[in-house]
Write a protein that binds this ligand. Structure first.
Ligand SMILES: CC(C)(COP(=O)(O)OP(=O)(O)OC[C@H]1O[C@@H](n2cnc3c(N)ncnc32)[C@H](O)[C@@H]1OP(=O)(O)O)[C@@H](O)C(=O)NCCC(=O)NCCS
Length: 327
């Protein structure tokens, strides 16, 4: 921290401490304790109160080592706090108030008390993860918990309005940024596909890619449809591939919307059927395809797809879906 930042942090501590009990104030820069819900430069609205009005699962604004920090209250007797995604704090800190809202950019997210059990459980899951011998497994569980249905109202506000559409040649940068973080497909493959097949105008377009774009043009979800033959797999027809939605944007219907766009495009290209293969343990994906009317393929095609993938060294058992596209 620079000396100027340090002094402005001290001023902010004084301002909050001087606020009469029961009054509210927006405070900016309360650390990383609420990550990933809150980034360091986002703001919180604090209701000035003493520790007696706080309960487990509340978010408290603490004065700790001369700075303000937002933490989740783990217990009040004894008094324990912790970050949303980390081990419990060492005892200490002075409670200055309860955080009642978060602000990210122009979005204000109220933090009403019904969120208390969910935040408390998230903190418990995260803090036990630190003592766990398989941190990756536990951190995946914590992440799944954080991005489950209870946090949907907050996440909707964080993500904002999304446009779902076919990708065009000019979307290459957004696609490569998304792929770097979330896909196992190589950049050169994506570049080539977008340039030569998916991103070209009708009627020459072959296969297709669709994505969900946020207001700043970043992709929050993506999938593509194309022939497996290009990759040397002995499977006919167009197959849905790389369906991924960013964790923060899940359960908002994005995968469904992306698949609708792809289904329409593949139908337009004259295909009679669309196929998909899904790991049999992937409940979210199985549900997504079933809700869209995809049906389980017969034993012959299922075996053929599994054998084709086994030959590439991929051993997970796949469920194969097909959807007649109609006229
Ligand atoms: C699978 C995935 C793409 C779904 O994306 P999504 O945008 O959250 O899906 P939708 O919001 O469109 O939901 C579609 C349906 O699936 C259900 N669903 C979504 N996630 C679910 C989950 N974790 N458990 C159970 N059902 C789930 C939804 O409730 C919805 O069904 P409903 O209409 O009956 O409520 C997303 O979870 C993901 O990216 N997972 C990791 C990558 C992956 O596994 N990709 C699939 C490879 S084949």
């Amino acid at each position: 921290m620079t000396s100027r930042e340090a002094s402005s942090a001290e001023v902010m501590v004084d301002v909050v401490e001087a606020l009469p009990l029961g009054q509210r104030l927006w405070v900016r820069g309360v650390g990383r304790g609420l990550s990933p819900l809150l980034r360091p430069r986002d703001s919180v609205r604090v209701l000035r109160c003493g520790p007696g009005l706080l309960a487990p699962g509340d978010v408290v604004l603490l004065r700790q080592d001369g700075e303000l920090t937002a933490r989740v209250v783990m217990s009040t007797a004894p008094w324990r706090t912790g970050p949303l995604m980390g081990p419990p704090d060492e005892p200490g800190g002075v409670a200055l108030g309860r955080v009642v809202a978060l602000r990210r950019g122009r979005w204000v997210m109220p933090l009403p008390r019904p969120f208390r059990p969910a935040l408390w459980m998230a903190q418990q899951a995260a803090s036990s993860a630190w003592a766990w011998p398989q941190p990756r497994l536990v951190s995946r569980n914590v992440r799944n918990f954080l991005y489950a249905g209870w946090s949907l109202p907050l996440r909707r506000r964080m993500v904002g309005t999304l446009e779902v559409r076919l990708l065009l040649a000019g979307d290459l940068d957004a696609l490569l940024a998304f792929a770097e973080e979330r896909l196992v497909v190589t950049p050169s493959f994506l570049r080539r596909q977008l340039r030569d097949r998916w991103g070209v105008p009708e009627p020459a377009r072959r296969g297709a890619a669709a994505g969900a774009f946020d207001a700043s043009g970043r992709l929050q979800g993506f999938a593509w449809v194309d022939s497996y033959r290009q990759e040397g797999l002995n499977l006919e027809g167009p197959w849905v591939r790389s369906l991924v939605v960013a964790p923060r944007a899940r359960l908002m219907g994005l995968a469904t919307r992306i698949l609708h766009v792809l289904m329409a495009e593949v139908r337009r290209q004259g295909e009679a059927r669309l196929y998909a293969d899904v790991d049999e343990g992937n409940a979210a994906s199985l549900r997504t395809f079933e809700r869209l009317g995809f049906q389980r393929a017969d034993a012959k095609l299922t075996q053929q797809a599994n054998e084709a993938w086994d030959a590439t060294g991929d051993s997970a058992r796949l469920v194969v879906f097909e959807l007649p596209l109609g006229a």
